[in-house]
Design a protein around this ligand. Structure first.
Ligand code: GLY
Length: 568
């Protein structure tokens, strides 16, 4: 197989005609990663080249961006098991060519037997491993319900959208070096946390180019193909999930599965200097925090200060400190808690939040708390823009890499460990170091707060960008930086996502930077009194731009993973 990283124009250009692509164009045993492409009609960027290829095939067959998003997610559930999923949840944000914005929430919910203190010992101390590993860590999966809720906006029959995923699971595909590395790294966990044989464990270590076949997953996908959402939430698959729970002391029941509903929400849409930013509302914290972040930096001449200048980084960090402090105190599932959204995003409130910002001097999370009102980072993102100008941004997740690491016996898919996104105890950090309060405490059927921020940028009601990223707590700040990098600093889509990133989340009170973040900026910021820590990569941002003055779509996959763009 070829693991080339290719740059440049893809198959179909201004000069070449575009044939309709078929499943024969998929090449599961011989594919390459393409980081940056320019295409004329439609583009898909996702965490895996085969999934991006599936989305493009659907677009070329007359599917719209929503069709392609459904097919790409199903393919990711097969070829990117670390985060692509049937056993997790996600959010879809779309802008349709008729001008309508859509937000579909298919976040997992707490099972009916879940309760506020379920991860505390008899002394009230958190047993964090219980919300991270195995059966008890799983929320009721939302993805399959989300795919069927999305079908309302699709053009092609569902069977056409799921067939590529069934093929990839049934006949297999060759894995990349990073997938082999991840499967080998987590082998002991898979052995510890599974009650049945899984396709991910084998005697000899995995290596790049090995074929991964997932017959049980192909069977589950076929049940969904034939029976719709009931093929997952009822009957054989639901029975398999509940049998798995019984073998592993989990609490999810047939009734929990039957009761699960995806919800259409009103997308967050706000103005930033003439652009409309469309993104995900609660139970994602992403939309509200992004609106706060953009609103807090808007009054400052950030583009004059320059990309990665100490002044610009400091301003963004101080906005992040304040937004994440508010996140911890106020945000939770809007169906369970009253969140003062309009006050939190009010321009006067945001200006007041920044009143104690002192240029050149580090702020402090001891002093800056939430505002007072009259309150393995593995996820995956895909972006799609089609020939008609429909655009989709989807972020979907199992939470940690491979989620709870428990595969449902006989059903072949991994369960999420999303329960860790609840606040298991006020003030106790979750695996991303995020703290929360009562607003995000566990309750039956409640959705845990998320940071996933699938985002679109519109200019005169036409889509300019579709973007988003995985990365746990860093999702919001990565989307924020990518927006500022493009809209303020004028970086190209590829530069905007690939330049080194930084992150601040109120607590801990430190700025995390990627290892290649410029030393000169780090020194200047440390000189202001900030603690700066170097860390591994931040997010895998995917982006597509359709510039009004250009005939091309520019699609870029993040350099940090196997992320790959495709189009026609
Ligand atoms: N599981 C990561 C998130 O939803 O923010």
């Amino acid at each position: 197989m070829r693991f080339l990283i290719m740059l440049g124009l893809t198959v179909c250009t201004l000069q070449t005609a575009c044939a309709q692509q078929t499943i024969n164009d998929l090449h599961p045993y011989d594919y390459s990663i393409e980081k940056d492409i320019k295409v004329l009609h439609g583009a898909v960027v996702s965490a895996h080249p085969l999934a991006s290829r599936v989305g493009t095939i659907i677009l070329s067959q007359g599917g719209n961006a929503v069709d392609a998003a459904i097919a790409t997610q199903l393919a990711l559930a097969v070829v990117y098991p670390g985060a692509g999923n049937l056993g997790g949840g996600g959010f879809l944000v779309a802008h349709l060519k008729n001008g309508r914005n859509i937000a579909i929430d298919y976040r997992e919910t707490a099972p009916a037997k879940a309760h506020r203190d379920m991860y505390l010992d008899s002394l009230g101390n958190p047993i964090t491993q219980l919300s991270l590993d195995g059966h008890l860590a799983a929320g009721v999966p939302g993805t399959v319900a989300g795919l069927f809720a999305s079908m309302k906006y699709a053009k092609l029959p569902f069977t056409k959208l799921i067939d590529p995923a069934i093929l990839l699971a049934d006949k297999g595909f060759v894995i990349t070096a990073s997938e082999a590395e991840n499967l080998n790294r987590d082998k002991a966990d898979f052995e510890r946390l599974n009650t049945a044989k899984t396709a991910f464990i084998r005697d000899q270590p995995w290596k790049a180019g090995d074929t991964l076949v997932q017959k049980e997953l192909a069977h589950t996908l076929t049940l969904i193909r034939n029976k719709g959402a009931a093929g997952f939430y009822q009957g054989e698959t639901a029975n398999n999930i509940v049998a798995e729970m019984k073998r592993g002391n989990g609490i999810m029941t047939l009734q929990d599965l039957k009761n699960y509903k995806a919800k259409e929400r009103t997308a967050v849409a706000f103005n930033y200097k003439g652009y409309t930013i469309v993104t995900m509302p609660l139970p994602s914290s992403g939309g509200i925090c992004l609106q706060q972040l953009m609103g807090m930096v808007e009054p400052y001449p950030i583009s004059q200060w320059g990309f990665q200048s100490p002044q610009a980084v400091q301003l963004m960090v101080e906005a992040e400190r304040r937004a994440y402090a508010d996140r911890a105190k106020f945000l939770g599932d809007p169906d369970f808690v009253k969140v003062p959204i309009s006050q939190l995003t009010d321009k006067k409130y945001l200006a007041a939040r920044m009143q104690d910002f002192t240029p050149g001097k580090a702020g402090s999370s001891e002093i800056t708390k939430a505002g007072t009102l009259p309150e393995s980072e593995e996820t995956t993102h895909l972006s799609i823009i089609d020939a008609d100008g429909n655009a989709v941004a989807v972020t979907t997740t199992l939470n940690g890499h491979y989620g709870s690491k428990t595969v449902v016996g006989k059903a072949g898919f991994l369960l999420n460990n999303e329960m860790d996104d609840f606040s298991v105890k006020p003030g106790v950090p979750n695996m991303y170091g995020l703290v929360g309060t009562e607003a995000n405490s566990i309750a039956p059927a409640k959705r845990m707060l998320s940071s996933m921020t699938p985002t679109l940028v519109l200019q005169q009601n036409q889509v300019l960008y579709s973007l988003g990223t995985p990365g746990g707590a860093t999702i919001i700040t990565s989307v924020f930086q990518t927006l500022i990098n493009t809209l303020e600093f004028g970086l190209s889509p590829s530069e905007a996502i690939n330049k080194p990133k930084f992150h601040h989340q109120w607590l801990p009170d430190e700025i995390a930077v990627e290892k290649d973040f410029p030393d000169s900026t780090i020194q200047a910021i440390e000189g202001m009194g900030y603690k700066v820590v170097k860390r591994g990569s931040i997010g895998h941002t995917e982006i597509i731009k359709r510039a009004p003055e250009s005939r091309f779509l520019e699609a870029s996959g993040d350099k940090r993973g196997d992320d790959s763009a495709a189009g026609y």
